[in-house]
Design a binder for this molecule. Structure first.
Ligand SMILES: NC(=O)c1ccc[n+]([C@@H]2O[C@H](COP(=O)([O-])OP(=O)(O)OC[C@H]3O[C@@H](n4cnc5c(N)ncnc54)[C@H](OP(=O)(O)O)[C@@H]3O)[C@@H](O)[C@H]2O)c1
Length: 277
């Protein structure tokens, strides 16, 4: 039995459809069963979220491989995600496939990548066999990066990164979940090429017909331009450090992991943006 968390989300929905297409039995562990698509071979169990350790222990009973979708960003995400691992240990889960992020590390410029690293280390220490899927920034987000004025703002400089489409991430995950041989492996999922934010702005202008530009903010400008949202400090820092991580070259990586696992090339940013028209 495969256990799938995050099944009401973008990655999870793509994954559960692919698993159903392959005839896999899956148990979706979700906060709201009414938001799950009806699919063959699917059992749905509700729980109270990653803070609900008792609910998770029950929901994970009988699950052999668990897809652990990283939680929505929050101040206590590290604690919540440790609870998922504790519940998986108690329930006897035999493998965890964790959705992590590129560059996960204790000193990562992107503050949330430190949370992912904590969870990876906690999974390693639990003794449960694991596979980590560290994905780059989702290409799907790029059209939404600019404000209404068509300006992408952030202190990213001319740093490069290789965005990856959610569909390609889901293609990898389905293989990793159903095939043997992925234990102990950390995949880094990227698109086929790196781009700068200025290049993204040019591509958006050329391929979508909407004029988009990139403004390379200073750190001070970046915090000031986000202050109006009234978000807590940790969250504003996570927004700003998305850009400083790009500037620092932390995500300037292209791998062939999508091809190695799925047998097909990842979709390029040009192909994706063209497909939107
Ligand atoms: N690489 C990137 O560019 C990037 C960008 C943003 C986020 N991410 C990470 O990637 C993950 C998956 O991406 P996505 O696009 O599928 O996100 P999404 O559409 O927001 O889906 C997240 C899924 O996780 C579930 N979830 C979130 N927090 C939870 C919690 N505390 N307890 C239980 N379930 C929880 C949500 O359940 P509900 O429907 O009940 O809320 C939803 O099913 C995100 O959760 C985030 O950690 C990556």
């Amino acid at each position: 039995m495969l256990g799938v968390t995050g099944a009401t989300g973008e990655i999870g929905r793509r994954l559960t459809r692919r698993l159903a297409d392959r005839g896999e039995e899956q148990r979706l562990v979700v906060r709201d069963a009414s938001r799950v698509e009806t699919l063959p071979g699917v059992e749905v169990v509700e729980f109270g979220g990653y803070g609900d350790e008792d609910g998770m222990r029950k929901a994970f009973a009988g699950v052999s491989t668990l897809f652990f979708c990283s939680a929505k960003e929050s101040e206590d995400r590290v604690v919540q995600q440790r609870s998922v691992v504790d519940a998986a240990v108690t329930a006897g889960v035999e493998r965890i496939v964790y959705l992590s992020i590129i560059g996960a590390g204790p000193q990562a410029a992107f503050t949330l990548a430190r949370d992912h690293y904590d969870t990876e280390q906690y999974i390693r220490a639990s003794g449960i066999p694991f596979t980590f899927s560290r994905q780059s920034l989702y290409a799907d987000f790029l059209p939404m990066l600019s404000g209404e004025d068509g300006v992408i703002r952030g202190p990213a400089g001319d740093g490069r990164f290789a965005p990856v489409l959610r569909d390609d991430v889901a293609d990898v995950l389905v293989n990793v979940l159903v095939q043997p041989g992925h234990e102990g492996v950390t995949y880094t999922l990227t698109g086929p090429e790196t781009v700068t934010l200025a290049e993204i702005a040019d591509l958006l202008t050329r391929l979508t017909g909407r004029r988009v530009t990139f403004e390379n903010e200073t750190l001070e400008q970046a915090y000031a331009s986000r202050a109006a949202y009234g978000a807590p400090e940790w969250e504003v820092e996570s927004w700003v450090t998305t850009y400083t991580a790009i500037a620092a070259g932390e995500w300037d990586v292209v791998t062939d992991d999508v091809r190695r696992v799925t047998g097909h090339d990842p979709v390029s940013i040009q192909q994706f943006l063209k497909s939107l028209n």
